[in-house]
Design a protein around this ligand. Sequence first.
Ligand code: NAD
Ligand code: DAU
Length: 355
Amino acid sequence: MERNINTILVTGGAGFIGSHVLRLLVNKYPKKQFVNLDTLTYAGNLENIKDIASLPNYHFEKADIRDVAELGKLFDKYQFDGVIHLAAESHVDRSIENPLAFVETNVIGTVNLLNAAKNLWKDDFSNKLFYHISTDEVYGSLGKTGLFTEETAYDPHSPYSASKAASDHFVRSYFDTYDMPTIISNCSNNYGPNQFPEKLIPLFINNIKNNKSLPVYGDGQYTRDWLYVIDHARAIDLIFSKGELGETYNIGGFNEYTNIDLIHLLCDLMDKKLGREKGSSRKLIKFVKDRPGHDKRYAIDAQKINKELGWKPSVNFEQGLSETLDWYLANETWLHNITSGSYKDYYKEMYKERT
Ligand code: NAD
Ligand code: DAU
């Protein structure tokens, strides 16, 4: 890590991406201290990071970014000089059911963190950094061609992407107004181990395993740009270490798939791994009612981070997907623990008009 930043707050470190980021950083930088602040919502799971939990440079604080007083106490206690902010409500379908929860955590929670950092750092911003993790969904939807660049105008369509866009604007406003050292990155769809099975890939793996139908929204011709989560974590490390203050970096996999092509690939791989007859998982596919406001296509132009910081994805998609399936099949207890309780109610409610 090139910046001289030594006590780093990572928010949302018990979630999917945050846990991979912490694993990378805690192991790579044994002399730096990392504090994982997470309120452990349904998506937060300390099992995700149990392998690093006893390392001396890792600390956990169960706290909520909506709680200003608690944030003040923690900034005071640890005197953070860096923040990597990942905590968020992250699922589009949930945002359609309950937009306010997304405003509270993603917008107000982010402003609370900015204020906590500003209060601690006062006007001495040397060797400080507030790094905000965002999404390509803020840019809206592409037609058949074109890519999102860092200059693409914001055009969010879901309550989730609107809340992320608002949080990005607040982060930029603190750079412009207070000279606070900030960086933002906007990433495409991640996949890999430890993703909560509400998102397409882990949900479909779990359903195939249990011979449940695979609810494909609309005609399945929606396109996403898939990136292996560990490649995202590598990008976050690089940006935190060497990114330019005030800048935005887009991160993507150069890896576009329509949902239906991806689902076919997933089904065929699962048939092989489960020793099932070829074509049997595809029979579970069911086209269902579309997601309202569904963005047609996302695709990232990741040339800036490639040219300026030398990052590119390292994992080939078919290999990454195959390893991801192996992980879910080998970690039955992890999957069982999170799908046996309130997940059942979520599934019933979310898919009641779809299955
Ligand atoms: P996730 O839902 O798996 O994890 C979110 C974590 O934040 C959980 O551990 C949860 O307990 C915690 N959290 C939620 N509300 C909180 C609060 N009020 N206070 C403290 N902690 C809270 O999410 P993820 O997929 O790991 O995404 C992490 C970040 O990356 C988010 O900001 C998301 O917008 C962004 N992002 C995700 C993707 C993706 O494909 N998953 C892509 C681009 C950007
Ligand atoms: O692009 C980055 C974003 O990717 C992140 O910011 C979000 O946090 C993350 O959730 C993800 O958003 P998506 O909406 O693209 O991901 P999701 O896995 O929910 O859906 C992927 C595609 O699959 C999308 O076109 C909707 C479709 N889908 C999803 C589910 C859950 C289905 O067809 N059926 C489903 O049951």
